[in-house]
Write a protein that binds this ligand. Structure first.
Ligand code: ADP
Ligand code: MG
Ligand code: ZN
Length: 372
């Protein structure tokens, strides 16, 4: 068969929109500077021999596929889910890891995605075997992290690899109970000519890994980096094909991390998990209210406590406002003239630092007042 002809296109790293020409702004999602060069195989022209070959006739009624009777499919919860024992994570996942479920864990570099997943591997490794594929670090680096986090290492298998087809082969051969892919932006399908991290690579790599996970009923966690300048394809381009999308967020200057589900085929998207990044890894924060109220200057004018609800968790937390009024969090923010998810140092008279996380009004207070 003739090799397909290659052509250059420009693909938006945020939404996947393509254009034959470079554009400063994506016509579909409106992001700036996200149209990057990519190489794809040109579809054969309609009516040509190549097109006819591509659309080879399907013989009628011939298949290897069989359908199962719905009533015969097992669904006992203990069989279909793995509880990690990390309750903050289990809750966000909707009650543990679903067999064959593919979870995208996205977040900015350095937020702690690899740490979280290595701890997760350790947590389930006494009963389950885990295959951890690293495309970013050497096996030695992962080993050093595992030693620092003190995770049990006997049932965790490690491979440093970027070739998706090799990885799929390894998963089918080893049949682990859980697979971690760290990260999708370092993965490559060798038959696609564009480089790792481009939209076509991210999409196709994710699709191939997903197919193996579904077929083998192996749960899979895929790390996806978010970066604002759009130089690498964002996890957005694969969000629609995975079962669950988790965002891991936090302020670089603070140790607190929030895990939330943006999409979940197997649970609610209203739950939040809170963690504290320590030298020994992520520690669950079981009582966020206590944590957030600690270090609050007592009896200081300009302090109020707002209670906001997220899922089944409530967080009480100090926010800046005047003592003689007690506005809700939204009023508080208006007073600061903040947009949700902005941070600022400013408040009328007295100033404090406020950190906000989407969605809703979970925000954090430095516990320190400074003059405006
Ligand atoms: N020796 C250490 N002691 C304490 N914290 C560390 C140490 N090494 C790394 N970290 C923390 O781990 C973070 C990196 O986590 P990592 O899981 O590699 O992030 P990601 O995979 O999301 O890029 C760092 O930002 C830092 O907060
Ligand atoms: Mg990492
Ligand atoms: Zn776009």
């Amino acid at each position: 068969m003739k090799e397909p002809k290659l052509k250059t296109v420009y693909v938006c790293s945020n939404c996947g929109e393509t254009s034959p020409r470079w554009m400063g702004r994506c016509p579909s999602c409106g992001s700036w500077n996200t149209m990057n060069e990519d190489v794809v195989a040109e579809a054969p022209k309609a009516g040509t021999a190549a097109a006819k070959q591509a659309a080879a006739a399907r013989p009628e009624g011939v298949t290897t596929l069989t359908a199962k009777r719905l009533s015969e499919i097992s669904m006992t919860e203990e069989k279909s889910r793995i509880l990690t024992g990390i309750s903050e994570l289990d809750r966000v996942l909707g009650g543990g890891i679903v067999l064959g479920g593919v979870v995208l864990l996205s977040g900015e570099p350095g937020v702690g995605k690899s740490t979280m997943l290595l701890q997760l591997c350790g947590a389930i490794s006494n009963q389950h075997s885990v295959l951890y594929i690293t495309g970013e670090e050497s096996v030695r680096q992962v080993k050093l992290r595992a030693a620092r986090l003190k995770v049990p290492q006997d049932n965790i298998f490690l491979a440093a690899e970027n070739d998706v087809d090799e990885i799929c082969g390894l998963i089918e051969k080893e049949k682990p109970d859980l697979v971690v892919i760290d990260s999708i932006q370092t993965m490559r399908c060798m038959d696609i000519s564009s480089s790792a991290g481009t939209v076509s690579q991210v999409k196709e790599s994710a699709a191939r890994l997903l197919a193996v996970a579904k077929k083998q009923e192996i749960p899979m966690f895929i790390v996806g980096h978010v970066n604002k300048d759009g130089a690498i394809a964002g996890p957005k381009v694969m969000e629609h094909i995975v079962d669950t999308v988790l965002y891991f967020e936090g302020d670089k200057m603070l140790p607190y991390r929030i895990l939330r589900a943006a999409k979940n085929r197997y649970g609610s998207t209203n739950e939040l998990g809170m963690f504290d990044m320590t030298g020994q890894g992520l520690a669950e924060i079981e009582n966020p209210s206590q944590m957030l109220l600690e270090g609050r200057p007592l009896g200081v004018s300009g302090n109020c406590v707002a209670c906001t609800m997220e899922g089944s968790h409530s967080e009480r937390d100090p926010g800046p406002c005047h003592q003689d009024e007690f506005p809700g969090p939204t009023a508080c923010l208006q007073r600061l003239r903040l947009q949700p998810h902005e941070s600022a140092d400013r408040c009328a008279g007295k100033a404090c630092r406020v950190f906000l996380w989407k969605p809703g009004c979970i925000y954090q207070h430095r516990g320190r007042h400074c003059a405006a």
